[in-house]
Every structure is written in structure tokens, then in C-alpha cells.
Write a protein that binds this ligand. Structure first.
Ligand SMILES: [Zn+2]
Length: 894
């Protein structure tokens, strides 16, 4: 309105006038050091100016409610011109303010409503400044008192702003004219300030095209609830345009009642149909229904307090207190029928009245072709009716909101999940979120065990940008509800089956497996207990993996790729489980943050979780891996060892072996020369003796002991068979494996001196966890070995296979003990990195050669120097089955 040089009266204690460049616009009187400055030294809101008077000597005084400013012009004419313009501007301002406040009770305040305010250090200022983020501007005040009075230093328009983190507490707000270096009191404070300023930039840059189109309708130019001008928010299901302060209160009512969106920021919700709906509907039509009977004493205005607003909005929209009742109110059937008729016409007003007087948006139309009102509207080509119905299908869209504790230091935030965005707010009345997470950017959800972070329930959300958000709640039930809702919104429909799981971890990862090893696919993974569930994007179902049954689990890196290999099922084992179908799965991480979590969680889930049988790592056939490893080893090295299972071995070695096997049996390789057979035999016995609930279980053990009294041999075997069926599957499989093993051991009693009776004396008290006095325990074991074939239903084929295996073992042992001729030496073809003639290498592999030794042998022969961070692995590749698996470095190649 007016600019020019003026002298400002000197500050106290000085006589020298300061030359200032002074600018007046409709909102502020500001002065600057020079005409080139973008940021003022002082701003005085025009609304706070009460009077302007001439004080002689070309001077004039600007009087505000509490402070006066004296300026000196170059001439009387100039001074008079300033006074005239200022008076006129202030007058205009006052009449506008009067207009606005005429309907409200409170007085207009000089200051902007703040999105965030508080003290910040600003480089170049001695004292902390009071900073206010309001709408699309950031205001600086000397102190809180000045903010209250409205007298500021300057404001920064955020359409040219940019916020950048500097260090733990510091951040820069840069503009083309100046860099403001702020420093907050804490890291969290800094985060909050940065978020608020970024929000302000978003608001400044927001697009007002939608708003302009909606404001084209007269009634939409003031808030439907309080009458404030230029409302730039809306409730998209109620079809009302509202101001920012009412929008904040609307949010508090929850998305089941009103779905709040910004006209300027939430651009993607504003489809052509929705804009048209707002143009046709508008505040006028909405209020004819919702505000048909508002007593003047209950109405609110632009300056009403948030409490007054809230009370009014609850009455208006939640209770429907001021509604214009539809004549069919109370008659559900009639209402539904009328709705079905209305949606086929263009009468939106009727649809509104019916819907908000009780008609059900999902009612049964009785028309099989169009079972819902939405389908009826579609058939009739009523696009706006469809749009209106769609936004009011609350039960299906269903947002979720409640107070969550957010982030590292757990500050309370009002959180809301709707339309694919999880947003968190300072409180439930704020309209602008502090931050938001788009669900499509979520890569992983983790449900932490109780009290992980000092409060009852916490969960973690990982995003593509490698950020981790930690949320907490006081109740596990609501934490679960949140997790399920978030999961539901980000999991691909093909993986919906994962949602019913009580998962600890859910997310997307890349993996290779089965027959397509060359290309990694994206899949959805869920970890629940020790089960890993996988759904591929192309809808292919994978059998869930029981992680306790993994044969191999290694975090491997092959040819430089970051990967994690999980192997399940068995490749043909050397002796005991030929022909089991192999399956190897390579899981790859794209982002370090969530992937490391997956690796740890899978490793943890693949370990044993307790001291009962079913909690152990298991083989494919449900036998604890520990038992399987020990039996394997004794079978290969101890069948002919004298006094096997009777001799006690070294106590300390047994203790430590049992400990490492219990920790992770998968990683333990028992090696001849390293482990004595008696130590291993003793470890197996110790495991059964200390087993939680015992092999025969507390419940059934007495029945087994009692059965030994049966005199009729056939009746006794029948009873044992019956009792065997009563055992849990893992106990049954383990008992079978053990008795099978003992059956073999007694086959060699000529050499090992352990016949059935001797074995029974050792194993009876061990398996029944009793002292040696009860002879019945030994009897059970003896009976089981003697009637092994009948009790366990062993068929001829199985029997024959076992005999063959025993023969093979014997042959191998004879050969190796005869010295010179190394049994099992084998010439193998090994390829380096890929299968080509140039990469072929023939190697003699001995029976004891490990994968590690083979790898070094090849590298050595190819003269490849292993550098740090190079990882080489040996893979077993079966061409016919197109399967491959990495070998554990200590695993024997043959
Ligand atoms: Zn309002």
C-alpha cells in the first residue's frame, strides 16, 4: 500500500534517529534496514493498531494496544500522507474484523493460530527467540509476551523455504535470501520443529485449484460449521467445506463419522466426481439437513474455542441433534427401500436425508444383479450418488484411530490410519499431521515381545527409506488391532492369508527358490512361532517352512550378492535319509535395516525354544535334531565300540556337548577324532534324562510301566501299540528312532557287549527318568526292542534298508581301518562360479574332506587370492532336480 524511508525514533538512551525502509500492506506495517532486505526488523499487525497521531516535527505515532512507535518523515506532506494511509488501512481492517466477529462471543486476537510454537536458538541472536509456525509462514518474536501482543520481528514465507538437518539439535531453514540456523533443546524437539516447518512448506506449495473450484459455489466460501471465511478443509463423507480449526475438531469425532481432507494438500482424493459432488451439494444443502434447527445459543462462530466447537460438532454430526428428520425415520425397512429408489435418481438431497436418518448403505436391494445401493446407482449411471455412497460406506473403509505412543522417547500422538496413510498428530484436535507413513512404503511390521521397550506393547514399522518407527500401546489387544489393520492395508491381496496369522514379523522380501533360481521374486513373508509363511506375488503358494526342521541355515554371500539362504528338507543324507526332496530358499534383503531383523528373527525361530521334545530343532521326520545327530554318529562310529551306552564318558565333555547341541544342533558336526563315542552316547542319555515331561510323558509313563505286568505277550504288544498312538507325534517319532537305533546296537552285541538286556538296564531308568530300582522301566525298553518290528509297524522294505545300511557302515569301517587304501576317495568335478569347461576342475575328494577344505583346494589350484570380505561357498548342485544347496563349511563333501 505504501513504502518509503522514514526515521524511527531512537531506542531508549540514544538520540540518534535510525533510517528505516518502511512497508505497509493490508496485514502488516514492517520496517527494514534497507530496501533490499527480505526480512524485517519489526512487524506490527495492522489489526493491532488502535490509533495514529501526529506529534509535530514531521513525526507521527503509531499506537497499538500496548506499545507505541514514533516515526519521522522527511516532510510534513510525507508525514500526513503516511498518517492518512495508515488510518485508512487500519479502519478497513477493523470493519472487516467486526464483520467476522459479529457472530462470535470471543474477541479477535492479533495473532495467527499456531501449528507449533516455542523457543529456539537462532544464530545471530543473543537470546532464544519465540518461533511460531502458522499456516504457510514462520514468525519470529523476541519473546512469548511479544507473540501474545502480536508485535513480531519478521515472518518467513515458506513457499521459498527448505528445511535441512545440520546436527543432533540443529537445523537450517534456508531461503534464497538468508539461512536461518536454528538449534532446538533436544533431538526430539528438533524433529518436531523440522516436521512442522516441512508441513508449512507443503501448505505454502499446496495447490489451490481444487479449493477455487469448490469455492465457486457461494455457500462453500465459509465454514459450514463456524462461518470462517475461505475454509480449505472438507469432510468428504458429510460433503461439507470447513475451516482448519473445525477440521481439527472433526478429526476428533473419528473417521466413522467424518472423514477430513484438505482441499489444498490431499490432492489425490479429489477426483472429478468428488469435486462435482461438492459443487452440487455444498454447504447450503448439507446445512439444510444437518443444521435445520440450531438454537442461536448453541451456534459457533470463527472465534469459538475448541471446546465450544467440539460440543457443537458432536451434537450436530454424532447425535444429529439439529437434523431435519426424514418422514420415514425409525422405519428401517422403509428407509432402506426408499434409499434404493433414491440412488437411481439425481436426488442427492433425499439420499443424504435417508442415509443420515438410518438407511443402511449396505442394505439388501433384493435385486440379485445389483445387490447393493451402490450397484443400483451404477446401473442407473448416477455417478455422484455412487461417489456419495462410497464415502459413506464406513464399515468397509473403516479407519482406525487412537492414541499411540510414538517413537524413541514415546511421546503421545494421536494416530490415524485411513486411505493408505498412517498419520500421527500432536493431539486429536490437530488437523495437520506431524508426520505420516504411506502404507505402500512399509516393508515390514514387527510385533515386539511384551515390555521390550519398557511399556506393555510395542510394534515397529519399517519403510522403504530405511526408517524405523516405533509405536507403543498400553494394551496388547489394541496393539494387535493396530498391527492387523496396518498389515491389512499394506499386504498385497495375494498374501491376504497371512493376515490371519498371529505373526511376529510380516513384510516383503525377495527370494529365490524351487525351480526358478536365476530370478529373485518378491514375496510376502510372515514369521509366526517357528513357522515361516511365504506368498509370492504371482499367487503361487509355498508350503510354510517349519524353521526348526531346517537342515541348513546360513547367512551366506555368494559371488558378492547380499543374501540369506534358508535350506529346508534334506538332500540325500549319506546314510540315513535317502531320497528326501530337497528345497533351498534364498532370501535376499534390499534394505539393511529390516533385513538384519529378519535374519536374526529367523535364526532365533529356528533354534530350540524350551526343554520339551516338540520345542527342539527337528528333522523332517519330527525327531529332535540333537537326537538324530547323536544316533547318526554312534551308528557310524560307535556300533562296535565296547560297552557303548554303558561306559560313562567324560562328564565335562558331555555337559559342554549337550549345551552346544541344545543351543543350535544344526551347526554342530560331530567328527571322529574330535568327539569320543562314549561322550556322544552319554550326551544322548543326558538329554533324555533331563527332558521336560520325559519321552513317555508324565501322563502316560505310568501306563507304560503298568503294561509290563501283562502276562499274555500278544496283549502286552497290543497295549504298547495303543499307548504309542497316544503319545504326541514328536515323542512317537523320537521313540521309534531311538528303539530302531538300539535294535541295531544289539545286532553288534558280539563286538560291543551290549545285548538287549544290557541296553534296557541303561535306558529304562534314563527314559522314565527314574532311579535304577524300578525294574519295570527296563522291562519296557527290553520289550520295545524285542518287539520292535510289530510295535512300530516296520515293514520288510524298511528292515532290508536298515540291514543294507549296517552292511555299508561295516564295509566302510573295515576299509578305513585297513589303512593304505582310503575308502571313499572320489574324483569329483568342481566348477568355479559357473558350469563351463574353462572353469572345470577335477579334485580327489576324500571321505573326510570338508566343504571348507574343498573350497580352499579349488581356490589354491586356480591361484585365487582370497581378499577380505570375499566369501566363498561350496554348493552341491543336483542337475536333474535343478536344486542346489550351500554346504556348511564343516560339512563333509561326500
Ligand atoms: Zn469452522
Amino acid at each position: 500500500i505504501r513504502v518509503g524511508w522514514l526515521d524511527k525514533n531512537p531506542p531508549q538512551g540514544s538520540y540518534i534517529y535510525q533510517k528505516r525502509w518502511v512497508k505497509l500492506d493490508a496485514d502488516y506495517l514492517r520496517y527494514f534496514d534497507s530496501e533490499k532486505d527480505a526480512y524485517s526488523k519489526r512487524l506490527i499487525p495492522v489489526s493491532s493498531i488502535s490509533r495514529i497521531t501526529s506529534v509535530g516535527d514531521q513525526k507521527f505515532e503509531v499506537i497499538t494496544n500496548n506499545r507505541n512507535f514514533v516515526f519521522r518523515a522527511e516532510s510534513d506532506a510525507d508525514r500526513n500522507e503516511w498518517i492518512r494511509t495508515l488510518q485508512q488501512t487500519a479502519e478497513e481492517r477493523k470493519s472487516k474484523a467486526l464483520e467476522r466477529t459479529s457472530m462470535s462471543l470471543a474477541t479477535d486476537s492479533a495473532t495467527e493460530p499456531a501449528d507449533k510454537s516455542g523457543f529456539l536458538e537462532l544464530r545471530g541472536f543473543k537470546h532464544k527467540l519465540f518461533v511460531v509456525v502458522a499456516g504457510d509462514k514462520v514468525f519470529l518474536y523476541k519473546n512469548a509476551e511479544d507473540y501474545r501482543l502480536g508485535i513480531g520481528i519478521t515472518y518467513i514465507e515458506m513457499n521459498v523455504g527448505n528445511v535441512k538437518e545440520v546436527d543432533r539439535r540443529g537445523f537450517d531453514l534456508t531461503t534464497p535470501y538468508r539461512i536461518f540456523s536454528f538449534s532446538a533443546d533436544s533431538e526430539q524437539e528438533k524433529e518436531e520443529w523440522m516436521e512442522a516447518m516441512q508441513q508449512s512448506i507443503a501448505e505454502a506449495l499446496s495447490n489451490s485449484e481444487v479449493a477455487e473450484r469448490i469455492w465457486a459455489v457461494e455457500s462453500n466460501r465459509s465454514c459450514a460449521d463456524c462461518g470462517s471465511p475461505k475454509p480449505d478443509w472438507a469432510s468428504i463423507n458429510l460433503c461439507v467445506v470447513i475451516c482448519k480449526r473445525c477440521a481439527g475438531e472433526h478429526r476428533g469425532l473419528g473417521p466413522g463419522i467424518t472423514k477430513v481432507r484438505s482441499l489444498k494438500m490431499d490432492r489425490k482424493v479429489w477426483t472429478e466426481e468428488l469435486i462435482k459432488l461438492f459443487q452440487q451439494f455444498g454447504n447450503a444443502m448439507a446445512n439444510q439437513f444437518w443444521a435445520a434447527n440450531v438454537p442461536p445459543s448453541e451456534a459457533i462462530g470463527p472465534t469459538s474455542s475448541s471446546q465450544q466447537r467440539r460440543r457443537f460438532l458432536i451434537a450436530k454430526y454424532r447425535e444429529g441433534k439439529y437434523r431435519h428428520y426424514h418422514p420415514l425415520f425409525g422405519n428401517q425397512e422403509e428407509l432402506d427401500r426408499a434409499l434404493c429408489a433414491a440412488v437411481t435418481t439425481s436426488d442427492l438431497k433425499e439420499t443424504q436425508a435417508l442415509l443420515f436418518c438410518g438407511a443402511s448403505v449396505t442394505c439388501d436391494t433384493g435385486d440379485p444383479q445389483c445387490p447393493t445401493p451402490l450397484a443400483l446407482a451404477e446401473r442407473s449411471g448416477q455417478r455422484l450418488q455412487m461417489e456419495f455412497l462410497l464415502h459413506n460406506k464406513t464399515s468397509e473403509l473403516g479407519g482406525l484411530s487412537s492414541i499411540l505412543l510414538c517413537c524413541a522417547e514415546f511421546s503421545r500422538r494421536w494416530c490415524m490410519l485411513q486411505d493408505g496413510v498412517l498419520s500421527y498428530y500432536e493431539n486429536d484436535r490437530n488437523a495437520v499431521p506431524n508426520g505420516e507413513i504411506r502404507v505402500e512404503e512399509i516393508v515390514c511390521l514387527v510385533n515386539n515381545p511384551p515390555h521390550t521397550h519398557g511399556i506393555e506393547s510395542t510394534f515397529e514399522v519399517y519403510t522403504e527409506a530405511e526408517r524405523l518407527y516405533l509405536f507403543g500401546l498400553e494394551s496388547p489387544d489394541s496393539a494387535r488391532e493396530w498391527l492387523k489393520s496396518i498389515a491389512k492395508s499394506f499386504v498385497h491381496p495375494c498374501a491376504e492369508e497371512l493376515l490371519v496369522l498371529d505373526f511376529e514379523r510380516l513384510g516383503r522380501l525377495h527370494y529365490k527358490g524351487g525351480l526358478t533360481l536365476e530370478r529373485a521374486r518378491e514375496g510376502w513373508f510372515a514369521l509366526a512361532g517357528s513357522m515361516l509363511y511365504i506368498c509370492s506375488k504371482d499367487g503361487q503358494r509355498q508350503e510354510p517352512l517349519q524353521l526348526r526342521k531346517l537342515q541348513e541355515l546360513c547367512a551366506a554371500s555368494l559371488l558378492g550378492g547380499r543374501g540369506h539362504a534358508v535350506g529346508s528338507g534334506g538332500m540325500p543324507g549319506p546314510l540315513l535319509r535317502p531320497g528326501a526332496a530337497g528345497r533351498t530358499l534364498y532370501v535376499q534383503g534390499e534394505r539393511k535395516l529390516d533385513f538384519l531383523g529378519w535374519v536374526n528373527a529367523i535364526q532365533r525361530a529356528a533354534g530350540s525354544s524350551g526343554d520339551t521334545l516338540s520345542e527342539q530343532q527337528l528333522t523332517e521326520s519330527d525327531v529332535p535334531l540333537l537326537v538324530d545327530r547323536c544316533i547318526d554318529y554312534i551308528t557310524q562310529c560307535g556300533l562296535t565300540s565296547e560297552g557303548i551306552y554303558r561306559k560313562s564318558g567324560q562328564n565335562s565333555k558331555t555337559t559342554s556337548l549337550l549345551e552346544v547341541l541344545q543351543r543350535d544342533a544344526r551347526r554342530v558336526r560331530l567328527k571322529e577324532g574330535e568327539h569320543h563315542v562314549d561322550d556322544v552316547a552319554n550326551t544322548l542319555k543326558r538329554f533324555f534324562r533331563d527332558l521336560g515331561d520325559g519321552l513317555f510323558t508324565q501322563q502316560w509313563a505310568p501306563h507304560w510301566l503298568w503294561a509290563t505286568a501283562l502276562e499274555d505277550e500278544e496283549a502286552k504288544v497290543g497295549k504298547y501299540r495303543q499307548l504309542l498312538r497316544a503319545l504326541p507325534p514328536v515323542n512317537r517319532a523320537t521313540l521309534k528312532a531311538l528303539i530302531n537305533h538300539l535294535f541295531r546296537v544289539q545286532c553288534f552285541s558280539g563286538e560291543n557287549q551290549m545285548n538287549t538286556h544290557n541296553l534296557a538296564i541303561v535306558f529304562g531308568p534314563t527314559l522314565f527318568q527314574a532311579d535304577g530300582k524300578d525294574y519295570k522301566a527296563g522291562r519296557v525298553v527290553e520289550d520295545l526292542i524285542n518287539h520292535y518290528v510289530e510295535i512300530f509297524n516296520v515293514n520288510d522294505q524298511e528292515m532290508k534298508k536298515q540291514q543294507d545300511e549296517i552292511m555299508a557302515i561295516m564295509k566302510m569301517r573295515e576299509a578305513s581301518s585297513s589303512g593304505t587304501q582310503q575308502a571313499g576317495d572320489f574324483i569329483c568335478t568342481v566348477y568355479l562360479e559357473e558350469k563351463k569347461t574353462e572353469t572345470e576342475q577335477h579334485v580327489k575328494v576324500s571321505a573326510t574332506m570338508t566343504a571348507e577344505e574343498l573350497t580352499f583346494e579349488i581356490l589354491d589350484r586356480r591361484k585365487i587370492v582370497v581378499k577380505e570380505k570375499d566369501y566363498w561357498s561350496c554348493f552341491e548342485v543336483n542337475e536333474k532336480e535343478e536344486a542346489e544347496r550351500p554346504l556348511h563349511y564343516s560339512e563333509k563333501v561326500l
